[in-house]
Design a protein around this ligand. Structure first.
Ligand SMILES: O=C(O)C(=O)C[C@]1(C(=O)O)C=C[C@@H](O)C=C1
Length: 364
């Protein structure tokens, strides 16, 4: 390519950037207007709701449907995710608590869902995220709920039994683990590998094959593992890209998870009910009396109405020995007439039924 051609193309890019800039600014001004209208139409004592997950899901879906390339749909939606995040921050900067410390996959999930224009607050434990939301110190919380290799995150399920929370969104993240070391660590001198217990489990086969005799130490998060090895000489951490970048660690081996499709699902928790979008999921907790056929009775109304169950999990209830609660996710919104009917049927049989929330299916 000649210098001349390159120069002409860069001039075109400059001109296009100017238009993009103008359009983004116009969109941001429009969002400010939206905020003004929301404020003006408030009833006496009503609090304004700036963040609208159902609208955000619609915007992102529309972008993906209309995108003609060459950028991929997800790539394009991610750009719009960030534009919307910044527009919302003009209306109201959201405060989001997540399972920290900085650099965890939960932080990456929070950024994927809310974009980078939020004020984010790392918490030391899942229960603390719940408490922070319940206390009203933040607008939303982000917690992991299940992993495709290791199953349920029990701390999260148990926290739902203790706190009144509304689930207002979900996000799925592909989890890639790397073996990370600090600058002073020699490859052949590793005597200890730190990570979160779930991450150690997700890389068990790889560790058995490559470091069978090295001590594996479970710590509170993989970001914590990364933080520790930064200053140590003989240890390595298993953690993801965010932690590697944050603590300036070197990747000795990349993508060491045993299953290439290893993914984690995260939930956004708050107090805001989300209206239907037409493509939603609902999460409920049900406790049944301890008698034969109770689970069957619970599942029949879903089957009879052709409702797609996406997950069912059992946890011991806090109220009696050998009694259980079921966490169930299914497709649909609790305001849909069909779902309403099913929930009514279940509540007739159940000891207790709680709708944790209906929310748009993850778009990204
Ligand atoms: O449509 C709204 O209610 C807006 O506030 C605008 C907007 C946007 O930028 O598109 C911003 C924040 C909301 O979460 C949803 C959408």
């Amino acid at each position: 390519m000649s210098e001349q051609e390159l120069k002409a193309l860069r001039l075109r890019i400059d001109a296009l950037d100017e238009k993009v800039l103008e359009l983004i600014s116009e969109r941001a001004r429009c969002a400010q207007e939206v905020a003004r209208v929301k404020m003006a139409s408030l009833a006496e004592g009503e609090v304004p709701v700036f963040y609208r997950p159902e609208r955000e899901a619609q915007v992102l879906k529309r972008v993906m449907e209309r995108n003609k390339g060459p950028l991929g749909n997800e790539e394009m939606a991610r750009l719009f995710r960030e534009i919307m995040s910044s527009c919302l921050a003009l209306e109201q900067p959201l405060k989001v608590a997540y399972l920290g410390p900085e650099g965890t996959f939960t932080q990456a999930a929070a950024m994927k869902h809310f974009g980078h224009a939020v004020i984010s607050k790392p918490m030391a434990a899942i229960d603390e995220v719940f408490r922070e939301v319940a206390a009203g110190a933040v607008n939303f919380g982000v917690v992991p709920v299940e992993n495709s290799t290791e199953g349920a995150v029990n701390h999260t399920l148990d926290s739902f039994l203790e706190h009144d929370m509304v689930i207002c969104g979900e996000v799925e993240l592909r989890i890639h683990h790397h073996l990370l070391v600090g600058e002073n660590t020699k490859t052949d001198s590793i005597s200890r590998i730190y990570s979160h217990a779930q991450s150690l489990a997700q890389c068990r086969k790889w560790l058995d094959a490559h470091y069978p005799n090295v001590e594996r130490v479970a710590v509170s998060s993989n970001a914590e593992a990364a933080k520790r090895v930064k200053g140590e000489w003989n240890s390595a951490a298993i953690a993801g890209d965010m932690a590697a970048g944050l603590y300036g660690l070197t990747r000795l081996a990349e993508k060491i998870e045993d299953r290439p499709d290893n993914s984690t699902r995260f939930l956004m928790i708050g107090s805001q009910e989300v209206p239907p979008t037409g493509d939603d999921k609902t999460s409920i907790i049900v406790s049944m009396s301890n008698k034969p056929g109770a689970l069957h009775e619970l599942l029949v109304p879903f089957h009879d109405n052709g409702i797609d169950l996406t997950r069912i999990e059992t946890r011991p209830s806090r109220s009696g020995k050998w009694t259980y609660v079921f966490f169930i996710d299914f497709v649909g919104h609790h305001r849909d007439p069909l779902i309403k009917g099913v929930l009514e049927k279940i509540s007739q049989e159940a000891v207790a039924l709680k709708v944790l929330g209906s929310y748009p299916k993850a778009v990204l």
